[in-house]
Design a protein around this ligand. Structure first.
Ligand SMILES: Cc1cc2nc3c(=O)[nH]c(=O)nc-3n(C[C@H](O)[C@H](O)[C@H](O)COP(=O)(O)OP(=O)(O)OC[C@H]3O[C@@H](n4cnc5c(N)ncnc54)[C@H](O)[C@@H]3O)c2cc1C
Length: 489
């Protein structure tokens, strides 16, 4: 008899866990509240425009590929992507611009000519980031941080012996200011804190590992858009026998003598040997484990940032834009203070514009573009989002029109808007945060919830709100850690 696993949620991490467990010989049942898989990583259409609803940036595609490798399938038969030559275009309000090329030499030349930062300094900065990653990735990202044997290794001793390189006494911004000095480049590298929903003025200096990953390994665009990651993994899971149940809300995890023994789904009791929650950890405790006290770390750890997203179908082509475009705020520190301290909507925000039709022509009608325009905000704090969205839309359009020197408003022919509230409604992420909890603290990695329950046997967790954190690559690693723990148990 195969052991039965019940997975709550088909986010990218839940899908990945289902594939891994099926490969390990388990009978896997996934319960998803929505009528579609993918959680945040989904897609929708507005007229003839296609939009990725959630994550627009794809890095570390090998973590997707390795799921096909498990079954000796060639990932290229099912899932394809291209490396981007231009990673992102940046625009400052003082008129400065930067094209971030994936070719390092070209990028260094561009930075040197625009901002006078020498190639030597950039090289030193990124080499140090690489060292931090090489010393810590196996420890912090690829294993449970909450098991002793993770730390009883040569790698830990090696990492500890190089402690000063991690710059843990400084914030990311302090590290960037010390080395780069030039304000535009400090802001450029500070922005990477947003890749895990944090503030560069609080997150520790070790986080330069994020820019290392982007500049060293590059960024990618999946053929068919980001949603094809979900689609291809969902199809793979189905081929390998995973049983999906859509429009099935799990309302409780059944416990018997501190052991998870099943799930209540649409009022029906179902038995499982093992349970995994891919639901955000906060509502997992609050809603599915009503008799278990919410752990202190889950209750008090700061949520990551959220976002307001405008999805616009635009009947015009903007030649100066690429797939990824960033329009910076004037005062970055005030922007992050507003997100994490005042918890209000900043009136001069950084604006990110993603246009997949630049790469995938079928994503919009001819001579049109599909704009995904995102502004990072605080997680939901009870704001009147209708009011905030109205104000924000005016600010965003005025700034984009001014910077680009072109009118936009008359060309918007389709519109949909997501707020932190919409994100919470669609994915059950507590307060609509994009990445679970923030990393605005030296100890965030340790405070994030483990991939297993210390109190309840046979209960595990995966996804952006538990170790090692949010973002597609980390969610895929989270599923790997969780399933390895289950296999060892
Ligand atoms: C706007 C936006 C932009 C982002 N940008 C990027 C980016 O550029 N790059 C990047 O790497 N990451 C980005 N992220 C983060 C990334 O999308 C997430 O970290 C990742 O997709 C989270 O996956 P997950 O597996 O944790 O589950 P989620 O996607 O959160 O899915 C959880 C699933 O569980 C289901 N569920 C919850 N509770 C229940 C229940 N009780 N019963 C049944 N089903 C339930 C939900 O319906 C949902 O489908 C972004 C996120 C958003 C929203």
């Amino acid at each position: 008899m195969k052991k039965k696993v019940g997975i709550i949620g088909s986010g990218i991490s839940g899908l990945s866990a289902s594939i891994r467990l099926s490969n390990m010989g388990y009978e896997v049942h996934v319960f998803e509240a929505n009528e579609y898989p993918g959680g945040k990583l989904t897609s929708f259409k507005l007229g003839d425009y296609r939009f990725d609803a959630g994550p627009p940036l794809f890095t570390m595609p090998e973590y997707v590929d390795e799921l096909f490798d498990l079954f000796n399938e060639n990932p290229r038969d099912f899932f394809n992507y291209r490396k981007k030559e231009i990673i992102c275009k940046y625009f400052w309000q003082d008129g400065k611009k930067l094209t971030a090329y994936s070719d390092k030499r070209k990028f260094f030349t561009e930075v040197n000519s625009e901002f006078g930062v020498s190639k030597k300094i950039l090289d030193q900065y990124l080499s140090k980031a690489k060292k931090k990653y090489d010393l810590t990735s196996d420890l912090f990202l690829k294993k449970s941080l909450h098991k002793l044997d993770t730390f009883l290794s040569i790698k830990t001793i090696k990492a500890l012996s190089r402690l000063s390189i991690f710059e843990i006494g400084k914030t990311l911004s302090e590290v960037n200011e010390t080395i780069l000095k030039e304000p535009h480049m400090v802001q450029f590298y500070n922005r990477y804190a947003t890749y895990n929903g944090s503030s560069p003025y609080s997150t520790p200096g070790i986080m330069t590992v994020i820019q290392h990953l982007e500049s060293h390994y590059g960024t990618y665009i999946p053929e068919g858009g980001m949603h094809s990651i979900t689609k291809s993994l969902y199809e793979l899971a189905k081929r390998k026998g995973v049983i999906f149940n859509f429009k099935k809300l799990v309302s409780e995890i059944i416990l018997e003598k501190n052991k998870a023994t099943g799930l209540i789904v649409n009022g029906k009791k179902l038995s499982f040997d093992t349970v995994i929650s891919n639901m955000d950890i906060y509502p997992t405790y609050e809603k599915l484990l009503p008799k278990i006290r919410l752990p202190r770390n889950v209750k008090y750890q700061e949520r990551s940032s959220s976002a307001v997203i405008f999805y616009w179908g635009i009947s015009k082509i903007f030649k100066n834009l690429d797939l990824h475009n960033v329009f910076f705020s004037k005062d970055y520190q005030s922007e992050f203070d507003s997100i994490f301290i005042q918890k209000n909507i900043y009136d001069d925000p950084t604006i990110y514009v993603n246009i997949t039709s630049k790469e995938i022509i079928t994503d919009s009608p001819e001579n049109c573009e599909n704009w995904f325009v995102m502004v990072n905000t605080c997680a939901d704090n009870g704001q009147n989002w209708d009011l905030e969205v109205k104000k924000l839309k005016k600010i965003v359009l005025e700034r984009l029109e001014k910077t680009l020197g072109e009118s936009i408003v008359p060309f918007i022919e389709q519109e949909k808007i997501f707020t932190p509230k919409t994100i919470e409604e669609r994915t059950k992420s507590y307060k609509g945060s994009l990445y679970g909890t923030s990393s605005n603290n030296l100890f965030s990695a340790f405070l994030r919830h483990p991939n297993f329950s210390r109190k309840i046997q046979n209960l595990y967790f995966c996804g952006g709100s538990v170790h090692p954190g949010g973002g597609i690559p980390l969610c895929l690693l989270s599923a790997k850690i969780t399933t390895e723990l289950i296999n060892k148990s």
